[in-house]
Design a protein. Structure first.
Length: 281
């Protein structure tokens, strides 16, 4: 089995299961967006102080990891690894903050859901790459417009599947010519949606970004095995290094292992109009 196929299996949703309604979650009243720690390019779940309440802003990149044993094996065989998922913080039309996420909740949907809900609901580990310089009003509006257009669209199964074919945009020589931003109105996989949104906002240079050839791990480390992406890491210089995020100060357990949180109960976002088959990563 080729490394491209293994990478596809690792990054794409796989393994059907029965859909369950999303539960409400409790978020701390004094820190509804949790806490971020000292930035470090390290996947260890170790809180590095000083810590501060996370004050999100549009354009922040959220990286996520909840690999099951199958994913860990496939990552290793494909010479890649966690984190394998992510989204970008956006301002919703009502002024609140949401997370644009292709493959929301292990589904085949791209969704924009309340940020406080998704951060506390996610069952794995979360890191934040904070935008160094806030977006301008026009950039903020552009990001919102892109997110609104993408919300409720399908996840790009084809975009992931093509990675196992000779038509993949991620190659030793191909990436310098292929994989450029295609703009809104299309289906995306998770890291592709992040970069397409940031290109639409004017926060990432479309001349050098390669959304369909860039993966969440590339966005975490600002380096990649792909030579082009390694020379042109799209977030380098404009975003702080990744900072571990937790909803409870000092408690770095994965979402499913955290102690109960006493705070404000946030209801789940509504389901899309129709429900595709959902999968477990």
């Amino acid at each position: 089995m080729s490394s491209s196929l293994l990478l596809t299996l690792a990054l794409a949703p796989a393994g059907p299961f029965h859909s369950k309604p999303l539960p409400p979650v409790a978020v701390p009243a004094d820190a509804p967006f949790g806490y971020a720690y000292a930035p470090a390019r390290d996947l260890d779940k170790v809180p590095r102080y000083p810590a501060r309440r996370y004050d999100p802003q549009p354009g922040d990149v959220i990286l996520m990891s909840d690999p099951i044993p199958r994913s860990r094996l496939l990552y290793a065989l494909a010479l890649t690894g966690a984190p394998g998922h992510g989204g970008v913080v956006v301002r919703r039309p009502d002024g609140s903050l949401g997370l644009l996420e292709a493959g929301f909740n292990e589904s085949l949907w791209t969704r924009v859901v309340p940020l406080d809900y998704r951060l506390s609901h996610y069952p794995g580990t979360v890191w934040v790459r904070r935008l160094c310089r806030p977006l301008s009003a026009d950039q903020d509006a552009g990001l919102t417009a892109f997110a609104c257009a993408a919300d409720g669209t399908r996840y790009s199964v084809l975009g992931i599947t093509v990675q196992l074919t000779p038509f993949s945009h991620r190659g030793l020589f191909r990436t310098s010519h292929l994989g450029r931003s295609r703009g809104p109105g299309r289906r995306f996989f998770c890291s592709e949606a992040i970069l397409e949104a940031l290109v639409a906002a004017g926060a990432v240079d479309p001349a050098v970004a390669r959304p369909s050839a860039t993966y969440p791990r590339d966005l975490f480390f600002d380096r990649a095995l792909n030579p082009y992406v390694n020379r042109h890491p799209p977030l380098a210089g404009g975003w702080d290094p990744p900072a571990l995020w937790t909803p409870i100060l000092g408690v770095a357990a994965r979402g499913r292992d955290r102690p109960p949180v006493a705070g404000v109960v946030v209801p789940p976002p509504p389901e899309p109009p129709t429900r595709p088959r959902r999968f477990r990563r």
